[in-house]
Design a binder for this molecule. Structure first.
Ligand code: KIV
Length: 225
């Protein structure tokens, strides 16, 4: 059956109350409390250091700022379980995101909506052996059979991402996977120019780091003219 494509799904990350409020008021469809939290705001070297306590704390802050968008929280590295999914829902998420396939079915069976994540998986820090389109499609179908409501495709070859998008009914949300997914996700700090480095596919729409620096220098200058 041909997928109905009313409009592209927009998804961005937030880790705190003020950014959650900005994204919600701007009209983003899905706000992801990603475990990119680790590198982006907690100063960890990767996402593996992110704990369930970190995720619960930041999910609560985000949920307090959102009235409209769907809040999805990442289950961090080596923490995939029904119990942890329930903790994130209790913290205010409406769904959880799980990297890979393991554990997804159990969480869906427990009545918790799950977003899948295939392709490059930051928690394992390697590209899984799903380069051939047949295996990506196979994994996407497995996720769909397990009951996910959407699938993030990270750094998947655009042709393969297009094929997956045509094959599965669950909407695909791409990051560095070309234009043909059903939606797109990026790390908010990357598009706002708040990170020192951003992947080439993340278009920097503003340089907030520069703006913040000059506002702060102005404050200091006003004190000591
Ligand atoms: O943690 C995250 O921010 C993510 C997105 C980049 C998809 O998983």
């Amino acid at each position: 059956m041909e997928k109905v494509k009313p409009r592209k799904i927009s998804m961005l990350t937030a880790y705190d109350y003020p950014f959650a409020k900005i994204l919600d008021e701007a009209g983003v469809d899905i706000i992801l409390v990603g475990d990119s939290l680790g590198n982006v705001v907690l100063g960890y070297k990767d996402t593996r250091s992110v704990t369930m306590d970190d995720m619960v704390h930041h999910t609560k802050a985000v949920a307090r700022g959102v009235e409209r968008a769907l809040v999805v929280a990442d289950i961090p590295y080596r923490s995939v379980s029904v119990r942890n999914a329930k903790l994130l829902i209790k913290a205010g998420a409406k769904a959880v995101k799980v990297e890979g396939i393991k554990g997804v079915k159990r969480i869906v069976k427990a009545g918790i909506p799950v977003m899948g994540h295939l392709g490059y998986l930051p928690q394992t820090m390697r590209k899984p052996k799903i380069k051939r389109s047949a295996s990506v499609i196979k994994q996407a179908k497995e996720l769909e059979a397990a009951g996910v409501f959407a699938i993030v495709l990270e750094m998947v070859d655009p042709k393969i991402a297009k094929e997956v998008t045509k094959t599965v009914n669950a909407p695909t949300i791409g990051i560095g996977s070309g234009r043909d997914c059903d939606g797109q996700v990026l790390v908010t700090y990357d598009i706002l120019g708040l990170t020192d480095w951003a992947p080439s596919f993340a278009k920097r729409n503003v340089d907030l780091k520069k703006a913040a620096g000059s506002a702060i220098r102005e404050f200091i200058k006003d004190l000591r003219p």
